[in-house]
Design a protein around this ligand. Structure first.
Ligand code: EPZ
Length: 427
């Protein structure tokens, strides 16, 4: 397995390109299942999860053709053609490796009137059930059967009637599945307490480009009129607000100055506001966001929350950054029950962090010391990279396959702005 070596202490400076958003790509790709015409996605990031999702689509009978990037994009172009589906099942061996596979459930029911998806099982950050996905489909008229680790959803007469979906808890994935199932339902669907993440806005905008009828986009109440069929489209994936936020933390923790080219400040307001409160200078411009940190970091009190609140996907990265703040910070993780796997690894680098239940108290230390550390999940891995950038000496991050799921060309992008970082294989 590959490892990443970092010799810390360098101040990062320069332009860093932001790729297309992983969590938008993973909900835009299954939209292709909703039509027999081609869906072309631009600015698609080069990530392991995107490749895995492409393989899943191939298993369902869709073709995925990759072209190079257009000059105005950082990511590749992929055209997905689902002219004729040959299967409506997402098997366990794919789902267990990538939870986002569950996002074929809604579009398969919407296109083929049925879907069989392996239950995803838990992951490092929590047990992550799918009850809200199934509740939404039932409220739209689907029959749900659970057996032998699989869930089967069936639309009566092959097409969902539609209905009123009311989420007791905000769920990004369940909202995405509900939207993708509703756009070709027989009647209308109202979704209440919908998640409002920018990736869901991207999903709705892509579906509208394909002929869907959705109103209330970006709000917690979506009204969707089912269409008999959708047509193909070409759609550009939004920039990755979590990647951009992660590299903003890299500038902050190294006292550096990074120009995040392609970042959209409008998608990351809570992250930028927190950085400003920590004393970081933020300058928004037409090509992206410039982040400058030169006079130390102030401690913060932060709670994660659904969008537009502070993103849970930014918690681990801020924790690493706040290990170098002048004082004690308090972080509360309200979304996932086990998203502090990075804490013991940061502690091995000299961090002073006390976790009690969902709350972590992070006391800033004068220095972090490089050490061999283990990645456990995607964003925890990034927090170790960030700590390594600021630590004295060498940090070796193992199990970097976690990173490859969500950060495109990480060591290339960081080397280009002055980090002393390299990937070494075990080969
Ligand atoms: C999406 O996961 C993202 N993944 C996650 O990003 C992100 O952390 C999360 O949204 C929250 O923003 C993708 O978009 C591919 P949820 P998702 O459903 O949809 C509970 C990353 O690092 N819940 O909004 O799985 C759930 O357990 C990844 O890029 C139920 O109880 O998140 C959690 O506590 C990690 N029942 C809460 O809701 C359900 O049926 C929010 O989960 C579904 C979720």
């Amino acid at each position: 397995m590959d490892r990443i070596l970092i010799r810390g202490g360098n101040r990062l400076a320069g332009r860093l390109p932001i790729s297309g958003a992983k969590n938008a790509a993973l909900t835009l790709m299954p939209c292709a299942l909703l039509t027999d015409e081609p869906l072309t996605l631009r600015n698609l990031p080069r990530l392991a999860d995107v490749d895995s999702f492409g393989h899943l689509l191939n298993q369902l009978g869709a073709s995925t053709q990759i072209e190079g990037a257009r000059p105005e994009d950082f990511g590749r172009v992929m055209t997905v053609r689902a002219g004729r589906l040959t299967a409506t099942e997402a098997p366990y061996d794919i789902v267990r490796k990538m939870r986002a596979s569950i996002l074929v459930l809604g579009p398969l029911v919407g296109r083929a009137g049925e879907a069989t998806v392996s239950l995803p099982g838990g992951c490092a950050i929590g047990n992550r059930p799918i009850d809200l996905h199934l509740k939404a489909l039932e409220e739209m008229g689907a029959a749900i059967e659970l057996a032998a680790g699989y869930v089967k959803a069936t639309a009566p007469g092959g097409r969902l009637p539609g209905g009123r979906v009311s989420f007791p808890v905000v769920s990004v994935g369940a909202t995405e599945n509900a939207v993708m199932a509703a756009v070709t339902a027989k009647g209308g669907t109202r979704i209440e307490n919908a998640a409002r993440e920018p990736e869901i806005v991207d999903l709705c905008n892509c579906l509208v480009a394909m002929g869907a009828s959705i109103s209330g986009i970006g709000t917690e109440t979506l009204e969707i009129e089912g269409r008999d069929r959708l047509h193909g489209a070409t759609y550009r994936v939004m920039p990755d607000r979590i990647e951009a936020g992660s590299y903003a933390c890299a500038a902050a923790i190294t006292g550096g100055s990074l120009d995040l080219v392609g970042a959209d400040a409008g998608d990351m307001r809570a992250t930028l506001d927190a950085l400003i409160e920590a004393g970081v200078t933020i300058e928004e411009h037409k090509d992206g966001v410039r982040v400058e940190a030169s006079n130390g970091l102030a401690p913060l009190t932060l709670s994660t929350a659904p969008y537009p609140g502070f993103a849970t996907d930014m918690q681990a990265q801020f924790m690493a950054m706040l290990c170098k703040a002048n004082g004690a910070s308090v972080l509360t993780e309200t979304i996932f029950e086990n998203r502090y796997m990075h804490v013991p690894e940061l502690a091995r680098m000299g961090a002073d962090i006390q976790v009690r239940g969902r709350t972590a108290v992070v006391r800033g230390v004068d220095k972090l010391v490089g050490a061999p550390v283990m990645a456990t999940d995607l964003r925890a891995s990034m927090s170790l990279i960030l700590a390594g950038l600021a630590a004295e000496g060498e940090t070796v991050v193992q199990r970097v396959y976690h990173l490859d799921r969500g950060y495109e060309r990480l060591e290339e992008k960081l080397s280009a702005v002055g980090a002393d970082i390299e990937r070494v294989g075990d080969g």
